[in-house]
Design a binder for this molecule. Structure first.
Ligand code: CTP
Ligand code: MG
Length: 244
């Protein structure tokens, strides 16, 4: 069985003032409800653990309940101050019989089930760590951070054809993910450790192999206000095409 951890404990500062991001509405339901439904659509996923804002656990339980997502296959736990900590707290309640763990941002409400299945499939086929990703549209430049407000000198331009923008769900052998999270925490508490922004980054830091499978443009992360406008449009298009 595969189990999924859904980190949903962030504040969503880049989205601007309002409720915590995972609780913001998209087409009449909170982002995190969409994300949980997207995972539950996969036959491979047997348990979803939602990691809620620490002060919002009861509210999240209520929201899942009112959207018909209560039950033994969805659990809610309190999150932490960083995404890494929230994922670790979610992982801690995954039962040992789940050999595969997915980590999926609540902020990616529209991920197609095909992406979820492709990630699980790649882990089942033997890859210990799998990330969905898409090619970049923009050219990317590395800069030397300068004084605030001053133009930044460009250092170089990586070859775009070798770059990928990484999405979620990311999939792992459960023991590997638990091990890299424990190791990273121990080193961070000793003043070192990795500074990474995704779970696969922890595996890379640990020296493990990570592979990429095709992601999907609709698995984008709702980060800034414009992303919410795009998400509403994608959802409206889906609902219109489902109606015909
Ligand atoms: N997340 C979490 N716990 C945290 C921080 C983030 O569970 N302490 C989750 C968010 O809820 C989100 C996912 O990690 O689903 C991806 O993070 P991001 O897009 O950065 O969301 P926020 O941290 O909420 O947004 P921002 O960085 O703009 O404040
Ligand atoms: Mg964040």
């Amino acid at each position: 069985m595969a189990a999924a951890v859904v980190p949903a404990a962030g504040r969503g500062e880049r989205l601007g003032p309002g409720a915590p991001k995972a609780l913001r509405e998209l087409g009449g339901a909170p982002l995190l409800v969409h994300a949980v439904r997207a995972l539950a659509r996969s036959r491979a996923v047997g348990l979803v653990v939602v990691v809620a804002p620490a002060e919002g656990v009861a509210e999240v339980v209520g929201l899942l309940d009112s959207h018909g997502l209560d039950g033994k296959d969805v659990r809610v736990v309190a999150g932490g101050g960083t995404r890494q900590e929230s994922v670790r707290l979610g992982l801690a309640v995954i039962p040992p019989e789940a050999e595969i763990v997915l980590v999926h941002d609540a902020a990616r409400p529209l991920v197609p089930v095909e992406v979820v299945d492709a990630v699980v499939g790649a882990v089942r086929s033997g890859a210990p760590a799998v990330v969905p990703a898409v090619p970049l549209a923009d050219t990317v430049k590395r800069v030397a951070p300068g004084a605030p407000g001053r133009p930044e000198p460009v250092l170089d331009t990586p070859d775009r054809s070798t770059l990928r923008a990484v999405q979620t769900p990311q999939g792992f052998r459960r023991e590997l993910l638990a091990e890299v999270h424990a190791k990273a925490l121990a080193e961070q508490e000793a003043g070192g450790g990795p500074a990474v922004t995704d779970d696969a980054g922890l595996v890379e830091w640990y020296g493990g192999e990570v592979v990429v499978v095709p992601g999907h443009e609709e698995a984008f992360k709702v980060t800034r206000p414009l992303d919410l406008v795009l998400a509403e449009a994608v959802l409206a298009r889906r609902r219109a095409s489902d109606g015909f």
